[in-house]
Design a protein around this ligand. Structure first.
Ligand code: NAP
Ligand code: ZN
Length: 370
């Protein structure tokens, strides 16, 4: 058994300021990558810029990262980073900004690789420039995973790139959630929940790496009623939500995600569904299938979440993210592709069948005839 998350991770209020020295030690010229608005609105960009200014580290901001970042955006950012002679990359934002920062860090040290080739495996591991991650959503845990999920619109593919890119440093501060709408917090918390459930219901799960999702699910259970209530999230919960998300990232760093994530990418790419709900729609039915293979693990998940059975789990997810309607032709197209997705199917802790996959789609989506 092995546990390996080589990122220096701090989770605390004001941790960008508190750990300025660690950030200043990472490199000498920084490319900061953000989305268009949120990093300014929630104060995270200002915190990072203040630290860099205090250490006289020159930086350039690239603020064009879109949700589900594309190879085109990565290519553009690499050109900016090269022109600026950046030697490290700081991703400030949700999973999109951090994943894009990871991809840029890889191409900075491998200029012969085009962004459109990011999804191709290389014969030997590729180096990357150091990455600092400052997350501002409580979902992806990208600050603690080796994964970067990039969309190539040219070939209609949303997928993780086959390169290992752990951030050198992660500075996790719940205060950045203050600017987030309740539904964004809920959507991203459902992503974190999915990471932990998929990590346990996974062939790579073992007694050692379970310490992450089991602890994280307990924390998630403590946030459950606040997420389900109609009231705004109390600011006292921000740090716990962020910590849970980082722990969920550490969970999938050991096992990777499984079938619900594999199913979600088509739903995001072809139907525009945000990542958290796109995964969450499939989570209860996947759990129901896994109950055939690993019933004790399913019971453990439900009890950590304070739920009696899978029906309650499904009802909770419906209350959080509603339902998703897609045309039957699209559903059939997604199901056919999923039946060939060995990289995810081989992680299921039992012999999942084509009929099981059809069952998950049937149960998870509302289908309208074309
Ligand atoms: P996101 O796509 O990064 O951001 C979603 C939206 O939230 C954007 O409009 C963003 O605005 C806004 N936002 C971010 N932080 C905010 C805040 N504090 N207050 C208000 N608005 C805020 O969302 P995400 O769910 O965090 O990331 C999803 C991506 O991560 C997907 O591509 C998914 O596949 C990937 N992912 C990666 C991993 C991994 O291990 N690497 C794991 C799971 C998912 P701006 O655009 O203005 O910033
Ligand atoms: Zn996810």
């Amino acid at each position: 058994m092995r546990s390996f998350v080589p990122t220096d991770i701090y989770v605390e209020k004001d941790c960008v300021k508190n750990h300025a020295n660690q950030m200043l030690a990472v490199g000498t010229r920084a490319l900061i990558m953000t989305g268009r608005h949120s990093a300014v609105a929630n104060g995270s960009l200002n915190d990072v810029e203040s630290v860099l200014n205090s250490g006289n580290i020159p930086f350039q901001v690239f603020d064009e990262v879109e949700e589900n970042p594309s190879t085109d955006t990565v290519r553009k950012a690499v050109q900016v980073a090269q022109g600026f002679k950046a030697d490290f990359v700081i991703g400030v934002g949700g999973g999109s900004a951090i994943d894009a920062a990871k991809a840029v860090s890889l191409l900075l040290l491998n200029p012969a690789v085009d962004a459109d080739d990011l999804h191709k495996a290389s014969s030997s591991p590729l180096d990357h420039a150091p990455v600092v991650a400052v997350p501002t959503t409580c979902g992806t845990g990208s600050e603690a995973t080796p994964v970067s999920i990039i969309t190539n619109h040219g070939i209609q593919l949303k997928k993780s790139i086959p390169h290992v890119i752990f951030p050198a440093l992660a500075l996790v501060d719940g205060k950045y959630l203050a600017s987030a709408k309740k539904q964004l917090i809920v959507n991203t918390a459902v992503d974190a929940l999915s990471h932990m459930v998929e990590s346990i219901l996974n062939i790579k799960s073992n007694a050692f790496n379970r310490m992450f999702p089991e602890y994280g699910l307990k924390l998630w259970g403590e946030c459950k009623s606040a997420l389900l209530s109609d009231a705004a999230i109390d600011s006292g919960l921000y740090e716990k939500l962020m910590l849970t998300s980082t722990i969920a990232g550490m969970s999938i760093a050991h096992t990777s995600t499984s079938v619900p994530h594999g199913m979600s990418y088509d739903l995001t790419l072809h139907a525009g569904v945000p990542h958290g709900p796109a995964v969450g729609y499939f989570l209860a039915a996947y759990t129901e299938i896994c109950a055939k293979f690993v019933p004790e693990d399913v019971q453990k998940i439900l009890s950590l979440l304070g739920l009696k059975n899978i029906e309650e789990f499904a009802a909770m997810l419906r209350k959080l993210i509603g339902t998703c309607t897609i045309p039957s032709a699209l559903r059939d197209q997604f199901a056919a592709a999923m039946k060939k997705n060995r990289s995810k199917l081989d992680l299921v802790p039992g012999a999942i069948t084509a009929a099981d996959i059809d069952f998950i789609y049937e149960k998870s989506l509302v289908v309208e005839s074309n």
